[in-house]
Design a protein around this ligand. Structure first.
Ligand code: MN
Length: 323
């Protein structure tokens, strides 16, 4: 589709500024840093600037330390001719880094979310890819840039996490072939897996357990939901992003078709982050889109202004309609 235009955009420009969505995870970071390395191989200048900081579980990724934290003060001084936004369905998801959109560079939008808003001058958006990292893998192939141990580790981690360790429906033969090629660089798979999933501090595990015991089931067990309030988050201060763990537990329960997590945003007043997961029958991207969010058919998210109880009621009503 527009892979050709993305390639052209990479060839034509020389100074790149790379960002991704807030709530950074494996695919966002893996694709950003692998794209950075690709540009370096091509002799281009590049910087990675994120609004969020790299979560604890992903700090092991090679070159993580070169990622700069967004600062409103210095943002006007960044020089670039291309603003590359990766794994980001909507420019608002880039947080404050979206301010670069108003700058001097053309926006290159590389993403696999079905809800992508096509906000770029060049949009390479293909929901058929498991992950943005798989798209960057493709870009390496297209530009004939060889992989090395670092790029392979980054791309493998991005693919691993966005496919739920190769078990979600977005996993294809192409995904496995890409992984097989990346594994040739002697990646330490148990190490990657343990660092990403198996490194939860005991305190966080207790917190996770606490939320799990408060899980609610509705609609004869087809709908599961959790609610986490600011005061709980403040007192427990989890360092680990527990979203996937919570959702995976809920999804594993026999009969559950949709699960929802409602979490008050610590940094804002009356703002709730909603994460939705589906077993496949229900399109949670549609539900998220109704409230201004988006994502994938089986995994989506929304940030909604309002009191948590009210937000929860509205979203649950919408889910019930589709069950
Ligand atoms: Mn992704």
């Amino acid at each position: 589709m527009s892979l050709k235009k993305a390639v052209e955009c990479v060839r034509k420009n020389n100074k790149f500024l790379i960002t991704s969505h807030v709530g950074l995870e494996g695919d966002a970071l893996g694709s950003e840093l692998a794209f950075y390395l690709l540009l370096k191989r091509l002799g281009k200048a590049a910087r990675v600037i994120n609004d969020d900081k790299t979560p604890y579980a992903y700090q092991f990724l090679p070159h993580n330390s070169l990622i700069e934290k967004f600062s409103a003060k210095s943002s006007g001084m960044v020089d670039y001719d291309c603003f590359a936004v990766l794994d980001c369905a909507d420019l608002r998801r880039a947080g404050r880094a979206r301010a670069f959109d108003a700058g001097q560079g053309a926006v290159l939008n590389i993403d696999h979310h079905v809800s992508n808003q096509r906000f770029g001058a060049v949009n390479w958006v293909e929901p058929g890819y498991s992950s943005c990292s798989e798209m960057i893998y493709r870009l390496y192939k297209e530009l004939r840039v060889p992989f090395d141990g670092d790029s392979a580790l980054l791309l493998y981690t991005g693919i691993l996490t966005d496919t739920g360790s190769f078990r979600y429906s977005n996993t294809t033969g192409y995904t496995h072939r890409a992984a097989a090629e990346l594994l040739r660089f002697n990646l330490n798979v148990p190490y990657i897996y343990n660092t990403v999933y198996g490194n939860i501090p005991l305190q966080d595990m207790k917190f996770l357990n606490n939320i799990l015991t408060k899980m609610r089931l509705e609609e004869t067990g087809r709908l599961a939901w959790f609610q986490v309030e600011k005061k709980t988050l403040r007192s427990k201060q989890p360092v680990f992003d527990l979203t996937d763990h919570l959702m995976n537990y809920a999804r594993t329960i026999k009969g559950v078709e949709v699960c929802a997590l409602f979490r008050e945003n610590l940094g804002a007043k009356d703002e709730v982050r909603v994460n939705l997961r589906s077993q496949g029958k229900i399109d949670v991207n549609k539900i998220a889109a109704f409230f201004g969010g988006g994502g994938h058919k089986t995994a989506s998210g929304i940030t909604i202004k309002g009191r948590i109880n009210q937000v929860r009621r509205q979203v649950l009503d919408k889910i019930r309609e589709s069950l």
